[in-house]
Design a binder for this molecule. Structure first.
Ligand code: C2E
Ligand code: MG
Ligand code: MG
Length: 551
């Protein structure tokens, strides 16, 4: 049983380690940031909704207040312009008729100059008259008003009284019924716009809060959810001299339910993880060969080193081969086998070859111009060869630098038999223009004897593995010997790759006296400046062989 779980956990560990997982510290940071962002976005979202609802609520109050004020004015006007004897039966009856007309008016009656209510449509004559406090509010809406008067006609009854001339009205408490308030902890205060007398407050708002709300000059939206930072909206309708301010004391995430909190945290966790994983993928992509290669190409970071090609018999350098090199900040040294293949697969080889060719020609121009026999070997991919515009490109480049086409040798490696025809036609085009063609890595992969007749190359490069077989009596050495025989009848130069010892040189010169060789015995691939020194110190003799081990 235990063994089973151990085995399972190893498999699980392997799967997990193969998945791109960001570090825990990073995940924690992303989660914290994302949860905070999610909470804040949800706060704003709910705040926006609350603002919208509060606006509707406030507009409802304003609308009813406008109707109420209109009805109060109209009924007061009717009473004032009624010329019957105050409080007579006729006077009371006409005021009762007024009451029937205006549903938002509860009562209408007569008031004396010293603020005594004498009679009303509902109650008839007051005996004795009801004395109102002296200190009422004076404003330009009404002559005087008593916002909330307790126990006016009946004990415990709270009513507001508004007067004008010798008449007063009491607005109906039904005026503001059915006004839907969207949430708890909200309320509205109604007040005169100029003097800021509070006429009335609605719902959850204390007088102190109402005072505070009125003192806010503008709407206040608590973008920052600090404590005691209320959402307030005000409207002062045109043509009226009152204002209303609505207040919401619990907004955004102060008003979020447990479910809403959990939801916004969940959203935060989801996006936090998503960002962390996306970032990890992005980073790993950035470290990928293709991404780095594009970057290197853009920043011109790939260059060539040069390896001398030596006439084995004389030790004289007859040309050099350019070999691409790349040191990447992220990936370190990448071998040309790898990045050339990557460039070929991703259609980047043409710009890469062109970049390198320009550098190669610039680096070697001096030596090529100094000796018309001296050659520069450039490795080409099949895509370069079959690309029509490459021939124009190279022509332009060598012309600009005064180099002859026969000094340029293009090395071609065949990697699949299917490319045979394309390659044949392309090499012919290059040969016609005077360039030399070299069949690289001969004896490996698809490059075999039938190729020789098909391409008619100027040069064949025998792969390193055959040189390594010298003295081993293996199939490779037998093949090498038959290559000597075959080539002796053809008009083609023979270049041996990977020469590392004098014994190899002796063996090769015995079999083909005109053989050319390349290898670490002479020099590794070096920069252009070192090539200059090697050219000065040539020919290579046994004494110089070990001294040139530079790369
Ligand atoms: P290649 O054209 O056959 O190049 C010869 C390779 O053998 C080079 O490897 C060279 O550094 C290595 N070499 C030379 N002498 C010795 C030796 O004595 N001993 C050993 N063990 N190795 C030796 P490198 O530079 O890694 O290049 C690998 C291949 O990448 C090249 O093979 C060539 O096919 C390709 N390549 C290099 N540069 C370019 C380029 O600019 N364009 C294209 N298309 N291919 C390139
Ligand atoms: Mg080559
Ligand atoms: Mg080769």
């Amino acid at each position: 049983m235990l063994r089973y779980f151990r085995k399972k956990s190893i498999i699980l560990d392997m799967i997990l380690s193969s998945v791109l997982l960001p570090s825990w510290q990073k995940v924690t940071i992303y989660l914290l940031l994302s949860i905070s962002a999610s909470l804040y976005i949800h706060h704003l979202f709910y705040l926006y909704q609350e603002k919208h609802s509060l606006q509707n609520y406030l507009e409802g109050v304003i609308d009813r207040t406008e109707q109420s004020v209109f009805q109060m004015h109209a009924s007061l006007n009717l009473a004032i312009t009624n010329h019957q004897v105050a409080c007579s039966n006729e006077d009371l009856n006409s005021m009762r008729k007024t009451l029937l007309k205006y549903p938002y008016i509860e009562d209408i009656g007569r008031i004396t100059a010293d603020h005594k209510l004498v009679c009303s449509a509902l109650w008839g004559e007051f005996l004795p008259p009801i004395k109102l406090p002296d200190e009422g509010n004076k404003d330009n809406l009404f002559r005087i008003s008593w916002p909330i008067t307790n126990g006016l006609f009946v004990k415990g009854l709270r009513r507001a009284v508004f007067s004008s001339g010798d008449a007063f009205v009491i607005p109906s408490p039904a005026t503001f019924t059915n006004l839907t308030r969207y949430a708890r902890k909200t309320g509205v205060v109604l007040y005169s716009s100029k003097e800021q007398h509070i006429y009335r407050t609605f719902d959850d708002i204390t007088l102190e809060e109402a005072d505070r709300a009125i003192s806010y000059p503008q709407d206040n939206v608590p973008w920052l959810p600090t404590d005691n930072n209320f959402l307030t909206l005000s409207i002062c309708p045109e043509g009226f001299s009152f204002c209303a301010t609505a207040i919401d004391k619990k907004t955004g995430y102060y008003d979020m339910s447990l479910g809403q909190w959990l939801w916004s945290i969940l959203v935060g966790v989801f996006f936090g993880l998503l960002t962390a994983i996306s970032w990890a993928i992005f980073k790993s992509n950035r470290r990928s060969l293709i991404y780095r290669l594009k970057y290197a190409l853009k920043n011109d970071q790939i260059y060539s080193l040069y390896q001398p090609k030596v006439q084995l018999k004389t030790g004289k350098i007859i040309g050099i081969e350019a070999l691409a090199r790349w040191q990447d900040q992220e990936l370190g040294t990448v071998s040309p086998d790898k990045f050339i293949a990557c460039a070929e697969q991703n259609k980047l080889i043409t710009p890469l070859t062109q970049q390198l060719v320009k550098k190669n020609l610039d680096d070697m121009r001096r030596y090529l111009q100094a000796d018309s026999e001296f050659t520069l070997s450039i490795n080409l991919s099949i895509q370069d060869l079959s690309n029509q515009s490459f021939l124009h490109f190279i022509e332009k480049q060598i012309k600009q630098r005064g180099i002859h086409p026969q000094q340029i040798i293009f090395e071609v490696t065949e990697r699949s038999a299917a490319q045979n025809n394309v390659l044949k036609q392309a090499t012919k085009r290059f040969l016609r223009k005077g360039y030399q063609i070299s069949l690289d890595d001969f004896g490996t992969g698809f490059s075999n004897l039938s190729w020789l007749t098909a391409f008619e190359p100027n040069e064949i490069k025998i792969d390193r593995m055959f040189i390594q077989s010298i003295g081993t009596q293996t199939v490779n050495q037998i093949t090498l010997d038959s290559i000597f025989q075959l080539v002796s009848n053809l008009d083609v130069k023979l270049v041996f790759e990977g020469i590392e010892s004098l014994e190899e040189v002796d063996y090769l010169t015995q079999h083909t006296p005109n053989a050319i060789g390349q290898g670490w015995l002479y020099s590794k691939a070096v920069d252009a400046k070192t090539i200059g020194k090697l050219l000065k110190n040539q020919p290579f003799t046994s004494a110089t062989f070990l001294a040139n081990d530079v790369d």
